[in-house]
Design a protein around this ligand. Structure first.
Ligand code: FAD
Length: 287
């Protein structure tokens, strides 16, 4: 491995200053995505900024109807947080199924959002729930919207000198419900196909629907045709099946070692049906 400088700042301002001054600087949070890259010498690194020493950065709070997750809060802490379970249960459920115990004990939601891995779970949830993604740089603070922050393969709106300092998830409660499903080839592996669904009901009909797919595309993707099928209709089994078929048929997976195109499209139909059904049930106040 080539030589690099290692710095462990204690404040957000120090990180911003370092990002503005240092060339080829990388932040390390949990290291669960960065360390494999460094091991493969796939990153041109000259300065490693370790944010694990930041003061007051490991927090999960609930304010202004939002669950706020700080830059060093681990997946396991998010999964086990009563605050998250009480106000945004789906976030706890998603975090509790990321990778294995080791990954969850080190990996962070903010790192995952910044990394924008096509198979990552937090980016899909951020797009689905339209989370607020706060970033800081020497130029100040910017808040991005989760629904249009991701632009495909490891690409986001984040500028070179910015870093993610907080992700804010909205409170989810009836008449809005969320369902999230993914399929992994083995325990602890990255998912091959993922679907998130959000449904809001009004007088028994669907007033708002969002469906976001992931892992089979380069980034979180809204299933627009399925959304159009659902909005304004009563959430019957037939309607949900029709929307789920549309998600599968409009998905554009590649044929690889993890499965054929047909297999992945069928997978998307099954996962979509489950995710939409769960979202409807929870929008109705069910478990
Ligand atoms: C075996 C294995 C299985 C996994 N399975 C899953 C899975 O099922 N689902 C899933 O979602 N993820 C999975 N992951 C990835 C895991 O969730 C990582 O935690 C996550 O991708 C990155 O978080 P991190 O804190 O470890 O980031 P790091 O590895 O420290 O950093 C990743 C990248 O983000 C940058 N970065 C980190 N924090 C910030 C920040 N605050 N602001 C700006 N840039 C930042 C780094 O510079 C680097 O480029 C898996 C990882 C492994 C090793």
């Amino acid at each position: 491995m080539r030589d690099f400088t290692y710095i462990c700042p204690e404040s957000i301002d120090e990180v911003c200053q370092l990002l503005s001054e240092q060339e080829n600087a990388f932040i390390i949070a949990g290291g669960q995505s960065l360390l494999p890259l460094l091991r493969l010498r796939a990153a041109d690194l000259s300065c490693l900024i370790d944010i694990n020493g930041l003061k007051n950065a490991n927090y999960i709070t609930f304010e202004d109807q939002k669950v706020k997750v700080g830059p060093t809060a681990r997946h396991a802490e998010v999964a086990n947080s009563e605050t998250v379970q009480n106000h945004c249960l789906v976030l706890s459920q998603v975090a509790s199924h990321i990778g294995d115990v080791q990954v969850r004990n080190r990996g962070t939601i903010c790192g995952s959002v910044a990394n924008a891995d096509p198979a990552g779970d937090p980016p899909i949830l951020c797009a689905l729930l339209d989370t607020e993604i706060q970033a800081n740089s020497i130029r100040g603070e910017t808040t991005y919207s989760g629904s249009d922050f991701f632009h495909g393969f490891y690409a986001t709106d984040l500028e070179e000198d910015e870093f993610v300092t907080e992700v804010r998830f909205p409170e989810i409660s009836p008449p809005t419900g969320v369902g999230y499903e993914k399929w992994e080839p083995s325990e602890g592996a990255y998912p091959v196909a993922t679907v998130g669904a959000l449904i809001t009901l009004e007088a028994g009909s669907i007033s708002e629907a969002k469906i976001v797919t992931g892992a089979i595309e380069p980034g979180p993707t809204f299933a627009e045709e399925a959304i159009d099928i659902l909005v304004g209709q009563k959430p019957t089994t037939e309607l949900i099946t029709q929307a789920a078929i549309s998600v599968g048929e409009n998905s554009d997976p590649i044929d690889d070692a993890e499965g054929s195109i047909l297999f992945k499209q069928e997978l998307m139909k099954t996962l979509s049906k489950r995710a939409i059904t769960t979202a409807v049930t929870s929008a109705q106040g069910g478990a």
